[in-house]
Design a binder for this molecule. Sequence first.
Ligand code: BG6
Ligand code: MG
Length: 224
Amino acid sequence: MLKAVLFDLDGVITDTAEFHFQAWKSMANSIDIDFDREFNEGLKGISRIDSLNKILKYGGVLEKYSDNQKMALANSKNAEYVELLSELKPDAIYPGIKELLDTLKMEEIKIGLTSSSKNGPRILDKLEINHYFDTVVNPALIENGKPAPDIFLSAAEELGVKPEDCIGIEDSESGITAIKDANMFAVGVGTEEVMEKAGADLIYKHTGELEFSGLLHSFKQTIS
Ligand code: BG6
Ligand code: MG
């Protein structure tokens, strides 16, 4: 029985995945590394420090930087990202999300945020949707980041529901893997090829197609 829906944030609730891309690209360019959108797919859902390590490895300079220098690079990326967030207004919420949150509340289905981003609470505040969430998992307290299932299992535990009674919504390959390994129903939003490869149970191209009755129908069909 469906008891909770767990939302990723960047790229699911709003377009901050694009801000992450821009800020990482700008940091990478400052140390003469460049990458494209295909490489960026592998950064989605991954923590700040893991993303930095991936970029440095891709540039062949992972060993060149000390921990302190890496911290400085991660901080400079975050500063640029936070600057981009200043543009964020409530109308930046993706189509269909607010309607889905309202319906979930009406249906008394719990709502959780399962984002790897330490900026998550700040973004929920800016979008003025904080009050919808029954739990916002703190990624700093999660030992193994996505693609490990930990953040989704933690959300289920905080909400007092079983993993098999949860739907997780994600835009990243690492996130879909995490949901599936948590034994939950995985809804992928975004690049069909990536979502299919990751094993999403249900795929939507845009959040505008996300709708409660459709979700519930597919969820019930899969578990029966
Ligand atoms: C994820 C994003 O939600 O959060 C990643 O998909 C990002 O791109 C990660 O690196 C960590 O975010 P932050 O805001 O803590 O640097
Ligand atoms: Mg995401």
